[in-house]
Ligand binder design. Structure first.
Ligand SMILES: Nc1ncnc2c1ncn2[C@@H]1O[C@H](COP(=O)(O)OP(=O)(O)O)[C@@H](O)[C@H]1O
Ligand SMILES: [Mg+2]
Length: 323
């Protein structure tokens, strides 16, 4: 869907490349997350994909078509952009802000208005309440929702999202992430998502691209990156609780032992988890109930058990440092 081939960008007067020989693919319907410290080139990569910046070298292909030769209207229809710092126009109402791309594409008024109301509702805003307000009258969380609605206005198959939930407190942020993942289940957009928050990266990403100083340091699925960080930089970025993060991405069913291997009956004290639930949930339950094992269920049926020792051994095995 998106193929980026060896792009490099150096800003005038800069000492180093902002983006240095970067190559990656984003598969259709996937969320590809770009993570790394401030200044590592994340925003520049997004801006090259929608051609707000031209790369000095390298090529970008959208659905097999070279982005350099696509016309601007097609590009706008194909790619929605949620910019860092939201960037709502202060003197336009929320409805007018969301209607910007349909306006550029010269949609009829009725169609635009219908779409705007539908979008506001979709991102969890009451169109009647916020539609005629101005950006400064909204909370941070509401503005971020408007930013997402605006990017989705022309129903683009591709979305570029630059720290889209960056300007809100952690609780609102988690809610916005959950809502967006829920929307994505239905929409299956192809998304490039930028964040400097590694937890957000792991949660949102089907695939991660870890950057530092304009270069890709590592790429892979969240579990691949968590279980084998390429170097000390990635290890630091992932944090001391890497083991816990791994358990959050591991399904209980994948670590269970046969229920009949142990003499004690599984799931005693009603202590059970579903096989599809993360091992982290099982661990929390063990701690809460002061148990050293939980039963693993598929529906009502116990299909195995998960033990404290089994989990510990798994962590030691995959993270290699016992954390
Ligand atoms: N328009 C610009 N002019 C000059 N330098 C820029 C410009 N935009 C970004 N840079 C520089 O390029 C590097 C990458 O920036 P950016 O892509 O914004 O990083 P990130 O989004 O990861 O924080 C930084 O060193 C930044 O200072
Ligand atoms: Mg940025």
């Amino acid at each position: 869907m998106i193929r980026v081939d060896n792009i490099t960008k150096t800003f005038p007067g800069a000492e180093r490349h902002a983006v240095d020989r970067v190559t990656f693919n984003v598969n259709e319907g996937n969320i590809c997350v770009f993570a790394g410290p401030s200044g590592c080139g994340k925003t520049t990569i997004l801006r090259m994909i929608n051609r707000l910046i031209e790369p000095d070298e390298g090529e970008i292909f959208i659905n097999g078509e070279n982005a350099r030769t696509m016309n601007p209207a097609t590009l706008r229809r194909t790619i929605g952009y949620v910019i860092q710092q939201i960037g709502l126009l202060p003197h336009r109402t929320i409805e007018q802000n969301v209607a910007i791309v349909p306006g550029l594409l010269k949609w009829p008024r009725d169609k635009t208005r219908k779409r705007v109301l539908e979008l506001l509702e979709m991102v969890g805003l009451d169109p009647g309440e916020v539609g005629r307000k101005y950006p400064h009258q909204l909370s941070g969380g509401q503005m971020q929702r408007v930013g997402v609605a605006r990017a989705m206005a022309a129903d683009p198959p591709i979305m570029l999202m630059d720290e889209p939930f960056g300007a809100v407190d952690p609780i609102v942020r988690v809610r916005l992430q959950d809502e967006f993942l829920h929307l994505q289940q239905a929409f299956k957009k192809t998304i490039c998502f930028v964040t400097h928050d590694i937890n957000e990266a792991i949660k949102m990403g089907d695939y991660l691209v870890i950057l530092n100083a304009g270069r890709i340091i590592q790429m892979g699925t969240p579990i691949e990156v968590l279980t084998s960080p390429a170097d000390a930089f990635v290890r630091d970025l992932l944090g001391d609780d890497r083991g816990v993060k791994i358990l959050d991405l591991t399904r209980s069913g994948s670590l269970m032992e046969p229920a009949n291997a142990l003499p004690e009956s599984p799931g005693r004290n009603g202590c059970t988890v579903q096989a599809v639930q993360p091992v982290k949930i099982a661990l929390e339950m063990m701690m809460k109930k002061n148990a050293d094992q939980v039963g693993v269920c598929e529906g009502e049926t116990i299909v195995g058990i998960l033990t404290w020792n089994g989990i510990k051994e798994h962590i030691n095995r995959v993270s290699g440092d016992g954390s």
